[in-house]
Design a protein around this ligand. Sequence first.
Ligand SMILES: Cc1cc2nc3c(=O)[nH]c(=O)nc-3n(C[C@H](O)[C@H](O)[C@H](O)COP(=O)(O)OP(=O)(O)OC[C@H]3O[C@@H](n4cnc5c(N)ncnc54)[C@H](O)[C@@H]3O)c2cc1C
Length: 422
Amino acid sequence: MAGDTPSRRAVLTGLAALPVATAAVAAERKERKPKKRKPARPKIQHVDVAIIGAGVFGAWTAWHLLRAGKSVRLFDAYGAGHWRASSGGESRVIRMGYGADTIYSEMAKESLAYWKDLSDTASLPIFHNTGVLWFAPQGDTYTAQSRAWLQANRVDHDHGDVHWLQKNWRQIQFYQGETGILEKDCGALIAGRGVQEVIADAQIEVERVVMPAPLIAKKIRKHTLPDGGTADHLVYACGPWLAELFPQQLMGKIVATRQEVYHFGAPQGDTRFTPAELPVWADFNNGRIVYGIPDLEGAGFKIAIDVHGPVVDPDTQDRAPTPAGIAEARAYIAQRFPGLTDAPLIGARVCQYENSSNGDYLIDRLPGQERIWLVGGGSGHGFKNGPAVGKRVAAHILDPALPVEPRFSYATKGAVAARTVF
Ligand SMILES: Cc1cc2nc3c(=O)[nH]c(=O)nc-3n(C[C@H](O)[C@H](O)[C@H](O)COP(=O)(O)OP(=O)(O)OC[C@H]3O[C@@H](n4cnc5c(N)ncnc54)[C@H](O)[C@@H]3O)c2cc1C
């Protein structure tokens, strides 16, 4: 375009203004034939560990390994914390009460400290300390066990009967005989942005590559990567894609199910559903757990029903929410949150859980392979524990003699017909 091109006069005037020597050099440069550039050779790189999958598990594994001084490459087919990943989207619950599953309470406690540190140094918050309120019918064992752990571990919490619940949260309709626990130190994590922040903090680039399953050989010392680089160890943290990469070992053992979440908008000026007045909440709802997150960062009142949907393919599943799912959420809201009965749906997200048979994570070697790790099976409750999972994977790589936790072993993963917890 004429307007963008300096006129010949302007160039000459500019040159005249340069010192004579500089102008001469410039003229000489102009005369020289341009050098033929050699095509850039791909960098052949050797690293200690190549991680496949930049979801919450892969990101925190990279973070811990880099902190321990290991060299790492991190690959992802779509990029970090993307929309199809189980770690994508806006928010996740972090709580410590896990009934008798104290292994997860401990992981959550450990992970919370990492998330808080990350959040404190990030430009925008990753952790929102809203508190987490559980409510259930009186005598619920899971609640009693969770409370016992919180007490034994001196984790700050309140608890009370239906009068205490109703007095503190008037925007929720409670039922006779219900009891509740408020985990004061917990709350919600920002999901996709959180994963990207972990990666930024680790100072590693995500390489956008679709990685194949590894070559399996008995005495393999170095694993070859698609660009000719090599790695001593491979970590496959591929979430709902894990079984398709390792069908022989994992088909039917890690199963992706469709999950929908909905966001409803409170009337303008109504602050009852903001974090200032409403914590993250979870209703045992006679075994059909329903949970929600207050209006964080303007995303509206989030609600999800924690029941497995149909089995899906994370690459191709359609992400439009179903009218039946929206209607079920609305019916629940009308009973429990009457102030939102007519609230508009302002957003929705369709994701997937990557379920193991009993909800336990998978952190183990690929059978027969010393240096290939399978990490996944988040089963609807993996996000919060990303830091602890990554730390454990890193510990295994740093110390090959470290025994695998039986709960996370490949051997304990059966065919899926699973429960989920979040
Ligand atoms: C609706 C919903 C609500 C949830 N709520 C909670 C909650 O409240 N609290 C909680 O703790 N957890 C929650 N979870 C669970 C949690 O989000 C997941 O367990 C966790 O994010 C799983 O992380 P991941 O790293 O294993 O998998 P992902 O995040 O899916 O990451 C796997 C990555 O691997 C990449 N990949 C796969 N195959 C390849 C390949 N061949 N080459 C290169 N890259 C590849 C993918 O692109 C992807 O980015 C929820 C999940 C959903 C869906």
